[in-house]
Design a protein around this ligand. Structure first.
Ligand code: CMP
Length: 143
């Protein structure tokens, strides 16, 4: 069973799209095992995006994710990373397929609705920035 980390960016919260995103995941049978709304700290944002440090868009990206509350969650399921990345679409909303979350709601590469980990290793690392073990819940999903 795989676990995936998902981060709903501040403008997703400001635009009232939390339910829209969660609903699309739930409709595909994806199980949410941890979920909370937080105001990210600078340290957390820098840790999340450490691989982008020094890139031209880095400072704007950090400022953006600190600009308002976000929703963080951990998802679980077979091949959940692949499934989530398929549902959210390409990082660039212009390249994302129209039926995907980014293809439908994304405004720009920075304001692209969500961040999702791209591998098992990055999911493991990124979920630890925001969640402790006791926030991850074990229950049965009826699907
Ligand atoms: P995300 O999935 O949050 O992971 C890294 C983020 O960096 C990415 O989504 C984009 O928001 C941002 N990003 C990546 N490439 C660019 C780019 N060329 N210009 C602006 N932002 C970018």
């Amino acid at each position: 069973m795989e676990r995936e980390f998902l981060f709903l960016k501040p403008n997703t919260v400001r635009r009232g799209l939390i339910g829209e995103v969660i609903s699309r995941l739930e409709r595909r049978g994806i199980k949410i095992i941890a979920l909370k709304m937080i105001w990210v700290t600078k340290e957390q944002a820098e840790e999340l995006y450490q691989e982008h440090k020094g890139k031209s868009f880095y400072n704007d990206l950090i400022d953006f994710v600190l600009s308002g509350p976000v929703v963080v969650m951990i998802l679980e399921g077979p091949r959940v990373i692949e499934m989530v990345r398929h549902i959210i679409g390409n990082t660039d909303p212009l390249k994302a397929s129209p039926g995907s979350i980014r293809g439908e709601f994304g405004m720009s590469v920075t304001k692209n609705i969500v961040h999702a980990s791209d591998s098992l290793e990055s999911a493991k690392r990124e979920m630890k920035i925001f969640f402790s073990e006791n926030e991850i819940l074990n229950y049965r999903l009826d699907v």
